[in-house]
Design a protein around this ligand. Sequence first.
Ligand code: FAD
Length: 476
Amino acid sequence: MRPVILWFRRDLRLGDNPALAAAIDTGRPILPVYILDEGGEGRRPGAASRWWLDKSLRALDVALRRRGGRLILRRGDSEAELRRLIDQTGADQVFMNRRFEPEAFIRDADIAHALKAEGIACHGFNGSLLARPGAVLTGAGKPYRVFTPFLKALLQAAPDRLATPAPETLATPEGLAGEDIDAWGLHPTAPDWSQGFDWTPGEAGAAAALSAFIEGGLADYAVGRDVPGRRGTSRLSPHLHWGEISPRSVVRAVRAAAAQGRVAPAQADKFVAEIGWREFSAHLLHQFPYMAERAFRPEFDAMPWRTDPEGLAAWKKGRTGYPLVDAGMRELWATGWMHNRVRMVAASFLVKHLLIDWREGEAWFWDTLVDADLASNVQNWQWVAGSGADAAPYFRIFNPVAQGEKFDPAGRYVRRWVPELRALPGRWLHAPWTAPAAVQAEAGVRLGRTYPRPIVDHAAARARALDALKAIAARS
Ligand code: FAD
């Protein structure tokens, strides 16, 4: 019997995997393959994503081996590697879950087209979104540009099919050489900056994160999600990005918790709405591919961005002198993740206080986030910058001190990530320069020595940003 190829990409799981389920339905032997293609499928994953991929692929291989199979690893151009596998095995079908980022989507279509011409059928499925882009449109058949009506339409459009369980056995034909993942160098060395990464990549890790969230943060999600000093969110974002769990399984589990009376329905709804933002981002990028590079609202391309290498470096290092921003940037560097509230404040600081192009920040997040996702990253950066679809109004400029006082009132988050301010009393923690000299001295804080003075004055920076943004708004 000719085997079929199961081409894993951003669907590194065995449960609720539509491409896998369809491959099993053929009754043929299955060749599970992952191809590390660093050229043709859009942006190369950043360093933190590569760290994750390394562990996730190993976890997938273990899960396959438990079922009598294994993951075949290949590196190179995807089409060439698929052809090589076809030549070696006589496989005549390829099963895959679609990718919807514009470049990968076009590349996949080209591959399917080329293989079809030679009698090899490619079967594509949606395993990564509640609804595929194009399935959620306005009454006029246009993409939504505003989130709330999009969410309503999404929840109506998304089919609620039952998830297929992971198969119990999945034997892989013998005799096929694969690459050794150790040779791929996805894990950082010299230096290994990932010591503080406390994650369990893989399908089992994703399931554990979901259960922990349902038992923990979900009950108070609507409020708790904004408190960076607490574990109030699911931390599912990297698992969802790599497809170690399907958004459908996540939504179903959270709704089940509400249906069983374990959490209030409003908490589950709030969480599902956040999953909705993930969908909104993916649909937008698919429908407006230019937004990965340029402002979604073209008038914002005229922003008078500043060139400020020192400001950018201080931001990346968490040395802006604004404790909440610095805590977030250090959390990001140490763990590969940053709390959403702090992402908004830190991003706003870069684009509004420093007037540095959002693309600089987006690139840094791309490299350092374990959940770096082209659609979500670009959409959120543009939301913060004011240039995106349904973006924050341009005059909304987060005050990093007020944000800290509101969302980290006891200072737990800042004290954890900015230890040099640990002894400063809460009253001054979010604005250390306002503390009386004696208080600073007693807390061991010497501004400009142990911790930076603010690199910009909030009021002046706000006024500068407003001037620039008002001029842009006048063009629209
Ligand atoms: P939860 O609060 O538990 O939310 C559940 C899930 O909903 C998340 O896992 C995520 O998949 C989705 N979600 C939640 N908020 C958003 C949102 N605003 N936009 C899109 N999806 C959302 N998220 C990414 O997954 N990848 C990114 O590259 C990314 N870049 C961002 C950049 C900026 C400047 C900002 C402000 C936000 C960014 N986000 C990104 C969105 C959000 O911060 C993360 O999804 C969230 O913090 C992940 O933590 P969690 O899984 O605990 O979230």
